[in-house]
Write a protein that binds this ligand. Structure first.
Ligand SMILES: [Zn+2]
Length: 310
């Protein structure tokens, strides 16, 4: 099953997918956390945001997009009520998440059984749903973590352990933001030690700090690679990596996306926002550069269906 804000869908229904986007990152953490813990929504704010975002989603639908994965965790203001309205109005499937849901400083004073308690909360999110809106119990479709730069911190290590426990209990795929290859190595050490399911672990932003040896290790383990910062100024770099994947036979292990903040892009650029450029520009660019459209089709539809199905 694949879990969306409007219920479950099958792998065949997923179709062309953006596997890592942000609808509206919420800078007001208190509001973000209130949405998650109290399920208290600001309806006026939701309507305003909906007016701005719906045309973006409609443009995406018209360009061929059928599913979008929300990469903002609870602390980043994932707004289920907004996502549900957007999905219903645009017909695009939206996959919500649980995951990073409290300020990491909590760990400084509350570190006993931290991972166990966090896992318990995330497991509950899956078993009982994040919220029930208009009769739909919305379950998370993945678990989003954001690791800080530098060496793996104590709190990030415990959050990862909690995510692994949650995955073992529920099957929830882990979607993990890692910007540095050295950190990815530490994460892989931990995943090995904890006996994690590598086939349900996505290393978001894999080629931000590209290191071939580390990527090879990830592929040996069976970890998914997020090639998810395909912004309009980075087409060649990303296309070359996709070509490399096809040449070396790991094209079935990559997930593509842009990592835009839709709200920010439409606020800054109006109708000239680049949120649909992946479909209108990047895919044609790849085809013109010699990548087969069938292979691309598989990468953008089959791969995410494989990863997000559990
Ligand atoms: Zn992101």
């Amino acid at each position: 099953m694949i879990y969306t804000v409007n219920g479950t869908i099958t792998k065949d229904e997923m179709k062309a997918t953006l596997s890592h986007e942000h609808f509206k990152w919420e800078n007001d953490e208190t509001y973000g956390i209130q949405l998650y813990f109290d399920k208290k929504y600001d309806d006026e704010k939701i309507e305003e945001t909906l007016d701005k975002l719906l045309p973006v989603l409609q443009k995406l639908y018209d360009s061929g997009c059928r599913t979008i994965v929300e990469a903002s965790p609870p602390i980043g203001g994932q707004d289920l009520k907004l996502l549900k309205k957007l999905s219903s109005a645009s017909k695009i499937n939206i996959i919500p998440c649980t995951g990073h849901n409290l300020t990491k400083y909590v760990y400084r004073i509350h570190n006993e059984n931290f991972a166990e308690q966090l896992a318990e909360q995330w497991i509950k999110d899956f078993e009982f749903g994040l919220d029930t809106i208009d009769g739909v119990t919305i379950k998370p479709g993945h678990l989003k973590l954001l690791l800080d730069r530098g060496k793996l911190s104590d709190v990030d290590r415990e959050m990862l352990r909690a995510a692994i426990m949650t995955n073992k209990k529920t099957g929830l795929p882990i979607h993990c933001h890692i910007l540095e290859s050295a950190l990815a190595e530490e994460v892989m050490d931990l995943l090995e030690k904890e006996g994690a399911d590598f086939g349900k672990f996505l290393w978001a932003h894999t080629i931000k700090d590209k290191n071939d040896a580390v990527i090879k290790r990830a592929l040996r383990l069976g970890i998914w690679l997020g090639i998810d910062m395909i912004k309009t100024d980075a087409y060649e770099y990303n296309m070359n990596f996709i070509k490399e994947g096809i040449k070396c036979g790991f094209e079935n292990r990559i997930l593509l996306s842009q990592d835009y903040d839709f709200f920010e892009e439409v606020t800054d650029n109006g109708a000239n926002h680049p949120c649909a450029a992946f479909f209108t520009d990047f895919i044609p660019y790849c085809i013109n550069s010699g990548i087969s459209s069938d292979v691309l089709e598989r990468i953008i539809s089959k791969n995410p269906a494989e990863f997000y199905d559990f």
